[in-house]
Design a protein around this ligand. Structure first.
Ligand code: PGA
Length: 248
């Protein structure tokens, strides 16, 4: 059985003070969660949110990591810098980064390996555009991303995969539970081919894209969906808690 993981992706929202207020509100609401819970926060929020989360069941995540250990990379943040503050998860390859900041599959792959080498769990985002979905290229796109973004993994179950159809992110347009389930089943099948059937059975694959308190039950009831990566709905404690407590 795969343990579900619900992670918030705050994106570029919440100052450090606002972030601390949010997690203080969130902690008691999700203390009884049956799944893994994480918040992926802006870099500058990490020290204060890390301190605020001590002793709770909420794990800390970042939203990106550079692939080099250190060096002349102005403006970048290394895996060790994150590790020092107790960061356990790091999102890599989010579609916003692929689209706006030129994160190619090759770069995503290097970031993923840097996170793993530092002992963190990368949450690697995959997903097709609307054009690809409508053009019948969803499987081709995901197959390419599995082969290239995840290249060189000895065991795919060391990472978390977030399947995020780009057309569903921040749009209020969610994939149907069946669509999400079938696409995730395809990703798992592809992982079994590229890696191994056993680790493909074990890898947790989240759904992301306008998941909210209203639709989380239906999505989480699907056998292939092992959690959610939540953007907009993770910015309010009550909304995010309702998703984390989808089974209550
Ligand atoms: P959304 O974002 O929940 O606001 O659609 C999800 C994501 O981008 O991870």
């Amino acid at each position: 059985m795969r343990r579900p993981i619900i992670a918030g992706n705050w994106k570029m929202n919440m100052t450090s003070a606002q972030g601390v207020r949010l997690v203080e509100e969130l902690k008691p609401l999700v203390a009884d969660a049956d799944c893994d819970v994480a918040v992926c926060v802006p870099f500058t929020d990490i020290p204060a949110v890390s301190a605020a989360l001590k002793g709770s069941n909420i794990r800390l995540g970042a939203q990106n990591v550079h692939f080099a250990e250190n060096g002349a990379y102005t403006g970048e943040i290394s895996a060790q810098m994150l590790k020092e503050f107790g960061v356990e998860y790091v999102i890599v390859g989010h579609s916003e980064r692929r689209r706006m900041f030129d994160d190619t599959d090759e770069v995503v792959n290097m970031r993923m390996h840097a996170a793993l080498a530092a002992g963190m769990t990368p949450i690697v985002c995959l997903g097709e555009t609307l054009e690809q979905r409508e053009g019948g290229e969803t499987e081709g796109c995901l197959s390419y991303q599995v082969e290239h973004s995840l290249k060189g993994l000895d065991d795919v179950s060391k990472i978390v995969i977030a399947y995020e159809p780009i057309w569903a992110i921040g749009t209020g347009r969610t994939a149907t539970a069946q669509q999400a389930n079938d696409t995730i089943a395809y990703i798992r099948k592809k992982c079994a081919e590229v890696f191994c059937p056993k680790c493909a059975e074990k890898v947790r694959i989240q759904y992301g894209g306008s998941m909210n308190a209203g639709n989380c039950k239906e999505l989480m009831a699907m056998p292939e969906i092992d959690g959610g990566l939540i953007g907009g709905a993770s910015l309010k404690a009550a909304d995010f808690a309702a998703i984390v407590r989808y089974n209550k």
